[in-house]
Design a protein around this ligand. Structure first.
Ligand code: PEP
Ligand code: MG
Length: 589
């Protein structure tokens, strides 16, 4: 078999090899859920309601199509309705729920798979085409039966697999934690999409933006995922396999050399101290964060707490989770970011259409201000947890003083309520904001007077400054962290923070790239927050350079004209100052 190499975007480092599993939207990966005898009628009723709801949806679609395109086109959906009304299918589901005492969605997905298989094996072309009708209707019913994000439930994968998918939502990726998934590759996605960020948290290599990987790779092909260079190798030759085995060995060696600096201070060779912090998506990452010697958590993305579930998390549930994180990381601080819903992060329990909160839409703090019920519940939980460790609160997507003050008014009210109820919390809990919208960077001098700290969110700041969608592969080349427009906003923000004597961190992905982190060091950034797996490498880089050299480099970088010039210049300087960081494992193609 011929070896094929696909080139995409390197999303999470490392190398993995193994069997591929093509996960497309036609797959129903629903985990079995055992139910009690008393739940049988409830499950059957849920199933029947889902059928009715799906039928109503189809009739609505038919009505609209018929209005727009004419009745002939609407007839396509007659086949869907026939599947829904097929008594043998529905009777089989009901009987099996009773006999096997398993959830409606699991039994339905099993019966559906059987039907798909039967139709696929029929010789008759017309009937063969019905496979897609059955699959489509199946997905609709499942969507109405359960949280949509659970449609890809990986709990029942039993062997080590490499997931190949057109797209994966951040919640899909989050549900891969602790499963047998050793790498993944997707057709779409960008370097700072939350799917890529989540892959780093999971510690699995990932390549995104491959365009047509799902067409070129078949189920159970042997593939190598090279997350450093953004490559996927299909059916590699013996020689390629040997090269990659060797590379894997060298990566381990390369990382091992940093272990001894874990407990040493994060300071330059001339004694300038900075803090190195971790970004946290899932509480399961805390042992890794501690193992890598982080000085605390610079960003806790709480939105994952809201994903992969049918309801919203209660105050008590959130309190327990935040308290646990605060206690585990103490005496170091945890920076809890309030709900940053929207963009590529979707929460199905809210039942709000996705197009309401795109990147430029009703997202993050805007959503929280419009839904004080949800916001207050979270703030109460964060404040209560602040009594058990060093908790800092941070608002995302602040655009200026208006929304900051509105958020703080709600915080004040919540604090007063807790006092009235005699519930203890840290009255001096620091409150900061993310600087991730250009208007916030431009008004950083005003904002700095009313907050305790800044954290620059470059993942968003870059997309909003350069008008380049962070998840769009067509514009991936234009997404330039070193762009002079971005660097100037970062500098402005750092200077404004220091003028008001508050600390300023950065928690976007650019922090974990040595070439860019060196510039940030020279711009006098105080806190570097990143995926825990990058911490030791960046710390070693900081310990190997001189602060005076870094400052000089940053000044020169600011005088350059393009992002490419900035990156090339910093790469060259890093090579002079600390050559170990530009070895093969870390170099860009
Ligand atoms: C950012 O925008 O840089 C950031 C850290 O937040 P998120 O990636 O969650 O949008
Ligand atoms: Mg952001």
């Amino acid at each position: 078999m011929e070896e094929i190499v696909l080139k995409g975007i390197a999303a999470a480092p490392g190398i993995a090899s193994g069997s591929s599993f093509i996960l497309d939207k036609q797959d129903f990966v629903v985990a079995p859920r055992v139910i009690m005898e008393t739940e049988i009628p409830i499950e059957i009723a849920r199933f029947e309601e889902a059928l009715i709801k799906t039928k109503e949806e189809i009739l609505e679609i038919q009505k609209n199509i018929s209005k727009d395109l004419g009745g002939q086109h609407a007839q396509i959906f007659d086949a869907h309705l026939l599947v829904l009304e097929d008594r043998s299918l529905t009777d089989e589901v009901i009987k099996r729920i009773r006999d096997e005492k398993l959830s409606a969605e699991y039994i339905f997905s099993e019966v559906l798979k059987k039907y798909v298989k039967i139709f696929s094996n029929i010789e008759d072309e017309y009937l063969k085409e019905r496979v897609s009708d059955v699959s489509d209707i199946g997905r609709r019913v499942l969507k109405n039966l359960m949280d949509e994000s659970k449609l890809h439930d990986f709990d029942n994968l039993t062997e080590e697999l490499i997931i190949i998918s057109h797209d994966l939502s951040p919640s899909d990726t989050a549900s891969m934690y602790n499963q047998n998934i050793i790498a993944f590759a997707t057709d779409v996605g960008g370097k700072t999409s939350h799917t890529a960020i989540m892959a780093k948290s999971l510690g699995v290599p990932a390549v995104v933006g491959l365009k047509d990987a799902t067409l070129k790779i078949r189920n159970q092909d042997f593939v190598i995922i090279d997350g450093r260079k953004g490559l996927v190798l299909i059916n590699p030759t013996k020689e390629t396999k040997a090269i990659y085995k060797d590379a894997q060995f060298r990566i381990v060696e390369f990382q091992d050399q940093f272990k001894e600096i874990k407990d040493l201070p994060c300071e330059t060779s001339d004694g300038h101290k900075v803090k190195i912090l971790a970004n946290l998506e899932l509480p399961e990452e805390i042992p890794t964060i501690i193992k890598h010697g982080a000085n605390g958590i610079g960003l806790y993305r709480t939105e994952y707490f809201y994903m992969n579930r049918v309801d919203l998390p209660s105050e008590e549930e959130q309190f327990k989770a935040y308290k646990q994180v605060a206690e585990q990381i103490a005496p170091n601080p945890v920076t809890i970011r309030s709900l940053d819903l929207g963009g590529d992060k979707f929460i199905s329990s809210l039942q709000i259409p996705r197009d309401m909160y795109p990147f430029l839409g009703w997202r993050a703090i805007r959503f929280c201000l419009a839904r004080p019920d949800i916001f207050k519940t979270q703030l109460r939980a964060v404040l209560r947890a602040s009594a058990f460790g060093k908790v800092r609160l941070m608002y995302p997507m602040i655009t200026g003083l208006g929304d900051l003050r509105a958020a703080n008014d709600i915080l004040k009210e919540v604090k007063q309520n807790l006092k009235d109820e005699n519930i203890t919390f840290d009255e001096k809990m620091p409150v900061g904001i993310m600087i991730e919208v250009p208007s916030a960077a431009m008004t950083a001098d005003l904002l700095a007077k009313e907050v305790d700290f800044f954290s620059i969110g470059t993942n968003d700041l870059i997309q909003y400054t350069l008008a380049v969608d962070r998840v769009n592969i067509k514009t991936a080349d234009l997404y330039e962290p070193g762009h002079p427009g971005v660097l100037r906003l970062i500098k402005r923000t750092i200077d404004a923070a220091h003028a008001e004597k508050i600390s300023v961190g950065l928690c976007g992905e650019m922090c974990s790239e040595p070439v860019l982190a060196l510039i940030l060091l020279g711009l006098e950034l105080d806190d570097f927050s990143m995926s825990p797996l990058s911490i030791l490498q960046i710390k070693q880089m900081i310990r190997s350079v001189n602060f005076k050299d870094a400052k000089k480099l940053a000044t020169e970088a600011l005088s350059l004209s393009t992002g490419q010039e900035v990156e090339n210049f910093s790469r060259m300087k890093l090579n002079e100052l600390a050559p170990a960081f530009l070895n093969e494992e870390n170099s860009k193609e």
